[in-house]
Design a binder for this molecule. Sequence first.
Ligand SMILES: [Zn+2]
Length: 337
Amino acid sequence: MAQGFLDGLLMAARPFWQGPMILFFHGVDTAITDSRVQMLHMPRDQFVRFMTSLRRRHRVIGVDELAACLESGTSPPRNAVVLTFDDGYVNNLTVVAPIMQSLGLPWSVYISTRHVEESPRFPSYIARAALYYTERAEASLPGFSEKISLRTPGERDRAYGEVSVLLKTESLAGVEKLCLELQALMPADRWQELNHRFSSDQVMNWEQVRQLKEAGALIGAHCHDHAILHQAQGEDEVRRQVTLSQSLIARQVGECRHFVFPNGKPSDICPAALDAVRQAGFRTGMTTVPGFITPSAAPLLLPRFSFQTMREMRYGCLRQRLSWVAGRRPAASPVEG
Ligand SMILES: [Zn+2]
């Protein structure tokens, strides 16, 4: 039944499949025990079924092949799909790599080099774990004029939403300050326990990144501190994030010519960030703006679809069909913009 669902998903998307596309993922794990905290990770069974379906219907190409097409002005095959993974979680090596090897699929993984070097958890994980698991009924956090109430699950959801906005718009120093306060909401032994339970959010070290490359994944850059490259970071910091991540990967793993902008919305990519990626000689830069790859696509601002967006496409298509049946004007395509 689930296989039928996934085939259906691909079939439903087909009339609106306008060309080659890049998909992005974060992690895949066998044990998802709390999808609020582990929201970036897909259950393994679901991922295997999705990749198997995808392989039957599409030509999965590597990012180098995509870059070569864009550079020579030729279109990638209409049914081409590029598979990308952001952040560099350990499960990319332990869970995803064996699946990709057995299916013979090319893929690429974009790592945040300070996280590889020092293995801290990402700020968004710290926020989710702290706000969903602290025993406190309220919290005082930098950037908030009043105490945040955490008395009900709904209040905790809202608190995570508000903290998440701050994490995406503050400078690196602001994010670090906020993370320290979030960490202070629970004692160290509770953090240890949760980090063990949510091992899905553990990032690879250099040895594991090298093993991942040997297992066939292409390694790309995703900044040094996973900094979101908006205006508030300052131009020098933005350039440092891009060049330092590239040079560390080059030293530890080998040449690095592909980049993914953290968070990847238009407001997360200031002009200096785009310029730094161009000057560093990256062949591709990828965003999280949904869209297909057209022959005129800008190689350093490539659109990507998330798996969740594909699911929304399916429901969007269904809505569109129902509106035709009901004799109403069809809704706009859910993948526009
Ligand atoms: Zn990321």
